[in-house]
Design a protein around this ligand. Structure first.
Ligand code: SF4
Length: 364
């Protein structure tokens, strides 16, 4: 069995750790690229969500490298995520690809539902090994998130543009290469030390922007046109409403682990959204309120074109923006989005926030 998966940000690091710890051969698809997008778009229904198309491209590229099994997260609720895996499987079959799909549906009642599904890939490995491998993969997700938070703080303060990203790239490799918890802890320490050694200007008070929206677009840099790095280089300190380890905990572990849960953001969604609207629509509104209360200068909502939950949230955001006096900006991406156009719009939004911030500072 040669197992693959779809890319979503740095999730490949955790999934690779999980599968390798169980001695399962893993084929990591090439990082998402124009080719991935072209392959996915070519074979998907035009109005399918963008993540479905790119994931399909990932599977095709992994198949070309020899993968025969895909593990894929499933979904529930009133949006199209719940049908992704089935549609992708049918498309792959129609194309003549002989590839098995194992869908990890979010457990409804008990975590054992997820473990049973994982067994389809792990075979008869003892439960203790499976649990140990899951735990190690989870530590990797947390390690990536920990380092990413430091990167977000340093980017707008670095003296020489691009230094933080160079170290971050190496840090991801150190985390990826760690083969046990001890090595992983060392990798995180080394990453923090290296990042901490970068010359920065701590007198800067950058504008702070919260990123909210659809989870895949938030986490996948190829799709969001590397928005966090672009903003960092524009001198913005970025914070994301959800990190990889938090999504894994919410979506697959029923929120059982002790990390921030999206429940906290959902609590702030009423009276704007009082019930689940699918995806992260509720969290988008709740997180915007949370960022406003924390005195962030602005919020950017990212979403794929035609994303149902985020369209609902987008229509409500102007009200939240007015009530809390926080500027918001919506970035919708599809297969036609280009770096230059997005950068121009980001620059305009950041200029606006800088002017607002200067005015309010001058007023005191
Ligand atoms: S959350 Fe949006 S992009 Fe994701 S599956 Fe649902 S509708 Fe599609």
């Amino acid at each position: 069995m040669k197992v693959t998966f779809a890319h979503m940000g740095y999730m490949y690091i955790c999934l690779k750790a999980l599968l390798k710890s169980l001695d399962i051969e893993v084929i990591v698809p090439p990082m998402s690229s124009k080719r991935t997008l072209t392959l996915g778009t070519q074979h998907s229904p035009e109005f399918a969500c963008l993540p479905l198309k790119i994931n399909l491209g990932n599977f095709i590229e992994a198949y070309e490298l020899g993968a025969d099994t895909v593990i894929m997260a499933g979904g529930i609720g009133p949006c199209r995520f719940g049908y992704y895996a089935q549609i992708q499987q049918e498309i792959l079959q129609d194309l003549g690809y002989n590839i098995k799909m194992v869908v990890l549906e979010p457990p409804q009642k008990h975590i054992s539902e997820l473990l049973i599904k994982i067994r389809e890939v792990t075979g008869n490995r003892p439960w203790s090994d499976v649990v140990k491998a899951i735990r190690f993969a989870w530590y990797k997700a947390k390690a990536v998130d920990e380092v990413e938070r430091v990167v977000h703080r340093l980017r707008p303060r670095e003296i020489e543009l691009g230094t933080v990203d160079e170290v971050f790239k190496k840090a991801l490799e150190w985390i990826d290469e760690a083969e046990n918890k001890k090595q992983l802890d060392k990798a995180v320490d080394k990453a923090k030390y290296s990042l901490g050694s970068i010359p920065v200007d701590n007198t800067r008070t950058p504008v702070r922007i919260g990123i909210v929206g659809e989870i895949y677009v938030m986490l996948e840099h190829f799709v969001n046109l590397d928005i966090e790095r672009q903003l960092g280089r524009l001198g913005v300190e970025v914070e994301r409403s959800i990190y990889l380890s938090e999504w894994i905990n919410d979506h697959l572990f029923m929120g059982l682990l002790r990390v921030k849960s999206s429940k906290a953001a959902r609590a702030y969604a009423p009276p704007y959204v009082n019930h689940f609207v699918g995806g992260h629509g509720q969290e988008t509104i709740g997180s915007t309120v949370v960022f406003a209360k924390a005195k962030y200068d602005g919020v950017i909502q990212v979403q794929p074109f035609t994303c149902m939950p985020e369209i609902i949230a987008e229509s409500i955001l102007p009200t939240v923006s007015r009530d809390y006096d926080i500027p918001t900006f919506c970035l919708i991406v599809d297969e036609h989005s280009g770096d230059a156009g997005v950068l121009t719009r980001l620059e305009a939004f950041v200029d606006l926030l800088n002017i607002k911030k200067e005015k309010s500072t001058a007023a005191y």
